[in-house]
Design a protein around this ligand. Structure first.
Ligand code: AMP
Length: 359
């Protein structure tokens, strides 16, 4: 496998906070980052060696970007297939196109997970009203409808609770290809952030327990309140998924846990560094961002143990303005993503506490 040595240039598609934190981690190891993003003044641009502002269908700009870097990666899963193809013609693309293909479409994702021997919620694809009714017959009425593509933070999604919700489903999906998923009765949501290097070495971080508010991640706690068996099983599942994809880089696997049954159901995978792995920056022996750089450059993976009990909280909208409070707390690590406009619900930063005094 091709090793990309420190001192080389890494291309990152996407200029948000994930790209920014990747670039910071890459710099620590002596790499320069070239960020490709359509929006000028993106958070990652502030910490990059080189930037390209162009659209993801701009073949000339993509080709020039790919020629200028030694390896390319991405910080979001909706990189168009054609974009990935253009970049891969000129440079190494890690993770590869298969990870994008699987994670961009909830039906392909569920089919892939099932084929990998991992449990998911029961599911059935639908487009029309007739197909929706067929799906309800199969899955039952306690279900969640989700568009197959471009859903995130609860967008393009509807929890069916009563008969009247069924009529709303088609308003949400607007006839776009969708799936109906059986509702999973879970006690907690967890995620496993796992890295697989180009040479095939795999290392999973300790399991994080996630709380979402209004469909957006609010907090992650490590260790998760799960049994040792569930912790081990979750890591094995994430490893199996990474190996089945011949994945290169860091990925996150989101799961639902039923404590009583000790059962784990995989919800979705994200072929990238993930918000539920931000705790690793100060809370683990290696951060997920450095681990991603190590994995795609085929360097040895770093140790993944937690440095103690860790709590991460997202700062949304105006929460970011409380910097005095966090910076006067000796246990708090405050992160500001450099975004200007603190719109309600926008991810502006996060805070991590390692071994906080209060439980
Ligand atoms: P997703 O967009 O798939 O990550 O779903 C967003 C959130 O909706 C998840 O974090 C869960 O809290 C909830 N959710 C999604 N799918 C299901 C399901 N099949 N059963 C129960 N809750 C779900």
């Amino acid at each position: 496998m091709t090793q990309v040595k420190p001192g080389s240039t890494i291309g990152i598609m996407g200029g948000g906070q994930l790209g920014r934190m990747l670039a910071l981690a890459a710099a620590k190891l002596g790499y320069r980052c070239h960020i490709f993003c359509p929006e000028a003044n993106s958070p990652a641009f502030h910490v990059a060696h080189e930037v390209t502002v162009a659209n993801y269908d701009d073949e000339a700009a993509l080709t020039a970007f790919a020629r200028a870097v030694d390896v390319a990666t991405y910080e979001f899963e909706n990189v168009p297939a054609r974009t990935a193809e253009i970049v891969s013609r000129e440079t190494l693309l890690r993770p590869g196109a298969r990870a994008l293909e699987v994670s961009q479409d909830r039906l392909h994702e569920k089919d892939f997970l099932t084929a990998s021997g991992v449990k998911t919620a029961p599911y059935k694809a639908f487009e029309s009203e007739d197909e929706l009714h067929e799906a309800i017959k199969l899955i039952g009425r306690t279900a969640v409808a989700k568009t197959r593509r471009f859903g995130y933070d609860g967008k393009g999604q509807l929890m069916i609770k009563s008969r009247s919700d069924i009529d709303k489903v088609l308003d949400i999906t607007k006839g776009a290809p969708a799936i109906l998923e059986g509702f999973v009765n879970f006690d907690r949501e967890i995620s496993v952030v796992v890295a697989r290097s180009a040479s095939g070495d795999v290392a999973a971080f300790p399991v994080g327990e996630n709380v979402h508010t209004n469909h957006i991640l609010d907090t992650t706690d490590v260790p998760a309140r799960v049994s040792e068996v569930v912790e081990a099983k979750a890591k094995v599942m994430a490893t199996r998924i990474a190996n089945a994809l011949e994945y290169v880089g860091v990925m996150a696997v989101e799961m639902f846990v039923n404590d009583g049954a000790g059962e784990i159901v995989v919800n979705e995978i994200a072929p990238r560094v993930h918000n539920s792995g931000h705790w690793t920056i100060e809370g683990a022996e290696t951060s997920q961002f450095e681990q991603h750089i190590r994995a795609i450059c085929d360097l040895p993976l770093g140790p993944t143990a937690a440095r103690g009990r860790v709590h991460m909280k997202n700062l949304l909208g105006k929460d970011i303005l409380d910097f005095d409070k966090y910076l006067s707390d000796p246990k708090a690590h405050y992160h500001h993503y450099g975004k200007q406009d603190p719109r309600p619900g926008r991810k502006m930063g996060h805070v991590t506490w390692v071994n906080p005094d209060d439980e």
